[in-house]
Design a binder for this molecule. Sequence first.
Ligand code: ADP
Ligand code: MG
Length: 244
Amino acid sequence: MSIIELKNLNVHYGEIPALESVNVSIENGELVSIIGPNGSGKSTLFKAVLNLLDYSGEIKFKGKSSKNQFNKIGYMPQSSDVDVNFPITVQEVVEQSQLGKRFSKKKVSDAIQNVQLEGLEERNISELSGGQLQRVFLARALAQDSDLIILDEPFSNTDAITEESLLILIKDLVKEGKTVLMSTHNLKQAQEISTKIVLLNKTVVCYGSPKDVCTKEHLLETFRQNILISSETGDITLSDHHHH
Ligand code: ADP
Ligand code: MG
């Protein structure tokens, strides 16, 4: 059964189209990575699914189109979308996960423990490292206890320890039968861990198994230039920016 279905999804910012006729259907229990250049609409797609912005077309979550999806889906925003100057504590951010449902103190404290932030509950989010900040929003997503978890560039701006534990957490979520949808610039890792990959550039260039999707031709069509994969990190580098 598909947990999320996007049909002819279009999003504009004013006159400028960010997504055009996006069609994707994601099955229960999959780990789907979205890959595309900066500005290709990855974050916009997530925000549309969460009903954080206006769109045309259809978004079905568990077979139903609802305009009130936000508190049914676990969401970790891209770190650049987080306003760290907003006066709020770690505890308060994670408690946002319980809005609109029966408040569970245990889900909040379990999630904080799960991402190893115990002891920092009363700390303001402005006083955290980049990796700690990401783990706060990951904890909020986990405490949602949703069947669908959306992670927007979880591996960017993080430290090695956070990255390693994040990877284990993601794999555990999938083992538990949850569906994970994430954006990433790490092609090598995405190929290793994902069940499906979406190549996005305003519209879906290609969607399917990592093996079928990640061909030179499809990647060239998506990035509109040759790319290199860093042998060290697995990250995508645009070859025009690469000098020897
Ligand atoms: P990605 O996450 O793939 O980098 P985004 O979804 O953030 O891409 O952005 C897609 C396009 O929409 C980009 O051209 C970006 O400049 C534009 N955009 C994103 N957010 C806004 C906004 N709030 N107002 C206007 N344009 C936006
Ligand atoms: Mg983005």
